[in-house]
Ligand binder design. Structure first.
Ligand code: MOS
Length: 767
């Protein structure tokens, strides 16, 4: 069970009765009864269905297309290829003046080119009266190619990796002191290599789009993590005003980063609807998702550590090679946690990437950190063994007071407390250190531990809050709900900020016609929306106070905003002073409602919002290192005959600042651990090294953990506010996957005496 520790928040913060409570999610009933409508479930009169045709070569040009057989399938309305597709504007180059340019999944202008850039690239789209007819016809489109040489094998291409250039978001390389010399001279050292395979997100809801044109107005239903950027992107690609494009996305059936960008399916559904003049739905098959939506890059990493005999780290080297696509993708911040976790005088970090002729990689839950902490935290364990020292003790021996790389302060860091709490709940002291020493019959029992770490971010969010005379509140912001409980959390925050019951608040989200919200990424959405929402609530209270003060009889006459408490459905002077309800104030003023707004959706407002966001981001970066952290504890049981690894127990202990909702937070933390267990033990996207074709694009052969693979997961959090974040909250979406694979690999070593440095830890590697 979740351990919910509540503590007094510092003065001046909301201390209401809703924030922190384990309130059921507001959309829970709709989701569990099937009433919630997902992107592929919107009925339209005359709705048609699309299917994609995928390239079967890795790189080259299309030389011929034969659509006769496909077009003859009964019910087929259109077979669209580069030979007959209308022109679209190409994906825009990335520009800091317009952050929506970040949202192109690839640089390819689909069906506007005869070039093929990866095995699986869409080269045609079929529209038919039924999905079955569309899929059948898509399989009958015959495409001829002239193949060009392609580089698709990550293992073979690593030699061509180039060191990443530093970016303002995260400087890539660190060279502090002389790590190589320090490690060479160290009393104890390790120098090890780790590899991780490609991964795919596998949301329960595969990507789907329903697109409807009405003249130059476009409505798109799509599960997305960035509806505002998707709207801008589609407007640009199809040459229509953004104001006429509406992206509706109230429910997203899981995303994990895979729905952060605009991928081919979305663009081609909109294109197909343009061509046919009919509403079009494209529900990708699971295979279609693998072929058209990027996944996590594979990685090859080296970690070298040196320490004195008493465990003081003297040198740290962490280098990584990852891959992008030649047509897009992003370098991953694999060494990011290595900048912040250990107080080491000599640190060398370097990330290198190689572009391959494959679909772009994309963000997947804690991109960079989840695989980077595998290597770092496994190497720390290896060093602890060399030192004959408890791995928690080694970590605490090197816990920094300030950022090890640049000396900045931590905005908040309670890793020691997280370890202390976790070790106690897990029963760490009962572990006997020698590998293989905790056998239980045929089971080799092992216990492992690792640090979780993920930076905390905050984007800008435009929010309106409307208070009605009956005391009900509507919060409006185009943010995203992909399962994390976002609307519930914001309703809790608004209820406390305005002093109304939770049930009185309705939150509207998931629609690009709402005030522009942040992208749901980087674990930043809750804090980002909360900041806008709290500011809007403050404005609203001032407006209500101004209304009250207009009347001679108001008990709030002469009161200033900072004297006031919002509670019991109104404003009151202090804890026991006079005041009145919103209903009384609005009623006397003859107002049905009062509204407050933060941020503007005009182009100027958008530019201002971006500028403010970037300024705040850079200011924060200069002052502080901000992050969530935690300690992962696990127990594994390895079958001594077969090498099968079972995870039998888990304790995660996290420092995620203020917890807004005890239930949804625990759900997020558990979910990340489950995903990390998959990464450690079973998940692996397999590519044919000759063609780059994904060979296991389905859940039968890409193994995610099932219920029976997951032990009881005990999550704890400290619930101490980060003073630099709104309400003290730090995002919880990603930190919990970090450190998981390392904790498991460390536990497997403890059980068996074998180090598996290549994920996933399958039984063949243990025999
Ligand atoms: Mo994410 S991987 O920031 O959705």
């Amino acid at each position: 069970m979740t351990d919910v520790q509540t503590r007094e928040l510092p003065a001046g913060r909301t201390t209401g009765r809703n924030v922190g409570r384990p309130i059921d999610r507001v959309d829970g009933t709709a989701k569990t009864t099937g009433a919630a409508r997902y992107a592929a479930e919107y009925p339209y009169p005359g709705l048609t269905h699309a299917a994609l045709v995928h390239a079967t070569i890795s790189r080259g040009r299309i030389t011929s297309v034969d659509t006769a057989e496909a077009a003859a399938v009964p019910g087929v309305l259109a077979v669209i290829t580069h030979l007959n597709a209308p022109a679209m504007k190409p994906p825009p180059p990335v520009s800091p003046l317009n952050l929506s340019t970040l949202v192109s999944g690839t640089t390819v202008n689909y069906l506007n080119t005869d070039e093929v850039h990866w095995d699986g690239q869409p080269v045609g789209v079929v529209v038919a009266e039924t999905r079955e007819a569309a899929l059948r016809a898509a399989a009958l489109v015959r495409v001829g190619y002239r193949e060009l040489p392609a580089t698709v094998d990550f293992a073979a291409g690593q030699g061509d990796a180039r060191p990443e250039k530093s970016s303002p978001i995260q400087p890539g390389a660190v060279a502090k002191g002389d790590a190589a010399a320090a490690i060479a001279a160290a009393a104890v050292s390790v120098d090890v290599r780790y590899t991780t395979p490609p991964h795919h997100h596998n949301a329960i809801e595969p990507h789907a789009t329903t697109a409807v044109w009405d003249g130059d107005r476009l409505t798109v239903h799509e599960g997305s993590q960035s509806i505002a950027w998707m709207r801008s992107h589609l407007a640009l690609r199809f040459g229509v005003p953004a104001a006429g494009v509406r992206v509706i996305s109230p429910y997203v059936g899981g995303a994990f980063g895979g729905k952060g960008m605009v991928w081919a399916g979305t663009v081609l559904t909109v294109l197909a609807a343009r061509v046919t003049g009919r509403p079009v739905r494209l529900a990708l098959t699971r295979e279609g998702v693998y072929r058209t939506v990027g996944g996590r890059t594979p990685s090859a990493q080296r970690v070298a550590l040196g320490a004195s005999a008493d465990g003081a780290l003297t040198g740290l080297i962490h280098t990584s090679v990852t891959r992008t696509g030649r047509v897009g993708g992003m370098p991953e911040q694999v060494t990011s946690a290595s900048r912040h976790l250990y107080d080491v005088p000599n640190i060398t970090l370097q990330q290198a990437t190689v572009p391959l002729d494959l679909l772009s990689n994309t963000a997947m839950r804690a991109p960079g950190e989840s695989i980077g902490t595998f290597a770092l935290e496994a190497a720390i364990d290896e060093l602890a063994c060399e030192l004959d020292m408890d791995p928690i003790l080694l970590r605490m021996r090197n816990e920094p007071a300030r950022d090890p790389v640049d000396g900045k302060r931590f905005a908040h860091r309670m890793l020691r407390e997280a370890y202390a709490l976790g070790a106690e709940r897990f029963g760490w002291p009962e572990r006997t250190p020698r590998p293989g020493s905790m056998r239980d019959g045929k089971w080799l029992v092992g216990m492992g531990v690792a640090t979780a770490y993920h930076p905390s971010w905050q984007f800008s969010a435009n929010v309106t809050v409307r208070l009605a005379a009956d005391g009900t509140v509507v919060v409006r912001c185009g943010f995203h709900e992909m399962g994390m409980g976002g609307a519930t959390a914001q309703a809790q925050i608004a209820a406390d900020a305005l002093g109304v019951p939770f049930e009185a608040v309705r939150v509207e989200y998931g629609d690009s016609d709402l005030p522009t919200g942040p992208a749901a990424g980087g674990s930043a959405q809750t804090a980002s929306v909360a900041a806008g929402l709290l500011a809007a609530c403050e404005k609203l209270k001032r407006s209500v106070l101004a209304l009250a003060r207009r009347s001679g009889d108001s008990p709030l006459r002469g009161r200033r905003p900072h004297d006031l408490q919002a509670r019991d459905g109104g404003l009151w002077a202090g804890a026991s002073g006079p005041g009145e309800t919103y209903a009384a104030i609005l009623g006397r003023a003859g107002r049905a409602s009062v509204e407050a707004r933060v941020g503007s959706d005009t182009r100027a407002g958008e530019i201002l919002g971006q500028a403010k966001f970037i300024a705040k981001f850079l200011r924060d970066r200069r002052r502080w290192v901000k992050a969530a952290c935690g300690a992962q504890f696990c127990e594994v049981r390895v079958d001594s005959d077969t090498g099968e690894v079972r995870v039998s127990r888990w304790v995660g202990s996290f420092d995620v600042g203020t917890v807004i909702n005890a239930k949804t937070t625990a759900g997020q933390l558990r979910g990340g651990i489950v995903m990390g267990i998959g990464m450690a033990l079973s998940e692996e996207t397999l590519l044919d090294p000759r063609t780059g074709r994904i060979m296991n694009p389905n859940l039968a052969e890409y193994h995610v953990p099932v219920h029976a693979d997951i032990p009881p997961i005990d999550v704890h959090y400290l619930n101490e506010p980060d003073p630099t974040m709104p309400l003290g909250l730090i995002g919880v979406g990603e930190v919990s996957i970090t450190g998981v694979a390392a904790a498991i690999s460390n536990a497997v070593y403890h059980a068996t005496g074998k180090r598996v440095r290549d994920l996933p830890i399958t039984l063949d590697k243990l025999l």
